[in-house]
Design a binder for this molecule. Structure first.
Ligand code: MTE
Ligand code: MO
Length: 470
């Protein structure tokens, strides 16, 4: 932007706190974001960049990095240009310190929605080829650089009010009775692109593949807590179980989440400290060597690379528990959103998706076979999947391809289904809808309009596909 004043970095660095005004640089621009900070849900994080370049911080928050809206907002706060000499120096520094320099290799079939951090979904059609989603094509959702944890040095800390802190190694955890649970892990933003199509929102543009079904094996969290000295008095003083990962952001704070105490302490519950995924050691992308598995609950609480467990009377104060993964009224915008007003998402609502044929495939007149998945959170089982090809005038029940023989409220695996429809000779296209019903008789909402929310979470309306006939 020509015409604006030019600043040296030394001048920028003096503005590193709210009372001195907060300046940051981004590429060639210098911005005074003092008035922006109170409006920003992650203000705490943005302050870490005060007086310097915002780029290394945004590297770890890809939501910002790829979001034109955020750049547009930032431009409103531009006060000048960075001196050319400092601009060159800065770019050198950020190359050398790339926090994403040590990432694992990923399967080429995974479809990335962001590279740094690496987030990628399974192409929905591929989800149909097996009941248990193979580890190497299981979707990856990581908010921060992927840590590399050495299994021999792995330590899990456990603490709580009035309790001596305990430390467990991997072999300590493996000494507990081993349980295996089949459970879906689904990102809170799965199918967000369908909601985004109704009205633009902020978040990774997932199709229906930010979900997978696997067996998870490990120790029960309730067993481990019992053995770690969580007495009745500790329980009395606690309401939540907080978890922290080994992955840390630019400000040094780890990924964190929490679940209600009852969910984790219940001996009939199924929360696992898992060390196996589909019978293999948990792959690095999915939390090696230990990840928390909270069946029926939004993906975000299934903390990978588990480092600490903290019993507390409070929820995790992490960004992802407090200022993300919450639902809102469709009329709430970024100008009036108050994250403290909504509860953190835990159990997920019922959903389904038509996965094959894929969206862009041409079909032929005659028999058309649709395949898809259906799932519900909170341990609810899918009892039915209804399909219509005439806008809801008539419905056909899908056949279950596979579903585990487990009763609610312990049913955490998904249901694969298929249905055969007739495509008349003269038709140019068919529009098909699926809706799943769970064991509490919860049904998917019909449209995305009425459940729209600014983060594109809980995006579970009917799956609707239009296929063109050859
Ligand atoms: N755990 C840690 N430590 N760091 C993370 O970024 N992402 C969460 C959750 N656990 C995350 C995490 C989110 S939002 C989801 S959807 C799931 O992990 C994704 O699990 P997956 O990558 O194994 O598919
Ligand atoms: Mo997620």
């Amino acid at each position: 932007t020509p015409g604006l004043p030019v600043f040296r970095l030394t001048e920028v660095s003096k503005h590193d706190a709210m009372d001195k005004r907060v300046w940051v640089t981004y590429k060639h621009g210098v911005y005074d974001i003092t008035d922006f900070v109170p409006k920003h849900p992650g203000a705490k994080n943005i302050l870490m960049a005060a007086g310097s370049s915002i780029e290394p911080f945004w590297e770890t928050y890809a939501v910002h990095k790829n979001n034109k809206e955020v750049y547009r907002m930032l431009e409103e706060y531009r006060i000048g240009n960075l001196d050319e000499r400092d601009f060159r120096d800065q770019s050198k520094v950020s190359d050398a310190q790339d926090p994403f320099a040590n990432e694992p290799k990923r399967h080429p079939a995974l479809k990335p929605s962001s590279e740094k951090p690496f987030n990628a979904e399974t192409p929905p059609g591929m989800l149909m080829s097996s009941f248990y989603t193979p580890n190497d094509i299981f979707f990856v959702r990581s908010h921060l650089p992927t840590p590399e944890v050495n299994a021999n040095q792995y330590e899990l800390e456990i603490s709580g009010p009035g309790m001596a802190e305990g430390v467990l190694t991997l072999s300590d955890i493996k000494k507990f009775p081993k349980y295996t649970v089949t459970s879906v892990i689904q990102c809170g933003g799965n199918r967000r692109s369908e909601m985004n199509a109704v009205k633009a929102l902020k978040g990774l543009n997932w199709e229906a593949g930010a979900i997978g079904n696997a067996t998870w094996s490990g120790a029960k969290l309730s067993d481990v807590l019992q053995a770690s000295g969580v007495s009745e008095s500790v329980v009395q003083k606690s309401k939540h179980i907080q978890f922290e990962g080994y992955d840390v952001g630019a400000d040094g704070s780890p990924y964190g989440a929490s679940i209600p105490l009852e969910k984790g302490m219940n001996p009939f519950g199924d929360v696992l400290l898992a060390y196996e995924m589909n019978g293999e050691p948990i792959p690095r992308d999915h939390g090696f060597p230990i990840r928390l598995v909270v069946p029926g609950v939004v993906g975000a609480r299934n903390v990978k690379w588990l480092n600490r467990i903290i019993l507390s009377d409070r929820e995790s104060d992490s960004h992802w528990q407090q200022n993300d993964y919450k639902g809102f009224n469709p009329s709430i915008s970024w100008d009036d959103v108050d994250f403290s007003k909504s509860p953190a998402i835990q159990n997920m609502p019922v959903t389904s998706a038509i996965c094959t044929p894929e969206s862009n495939e041409l079909i032929t007149p005659g028999k058309l076979t649709l395949k898809g998945y259906a799932w519900s959170g909170g341990g609810n089982k899918v009892i039915r999947v209804d399909i219509t090809a005439d806008g809801g005038k008539t419905w056909k029940e899908a056949d279950i391809i596979k579903q585990e023989d487990v009763t609610e409220p312990h049913h955490y695996g998904w249901t694969l289904w298929k249905v055969e429809l007739d495509v008349p000779k003269d038709s140019e296209s068919v529009e098909v809808w699926s809706k799943a019903v769970d064991s509490s008789y919860n049904v998917q909402p019909e449209t995305f309009e009425n459940i729209w929310n600014l983060r594109g979470l809980l995006s579970n309306a009917y799956s609707k596909k239009i296929y063109h006939v050859k």
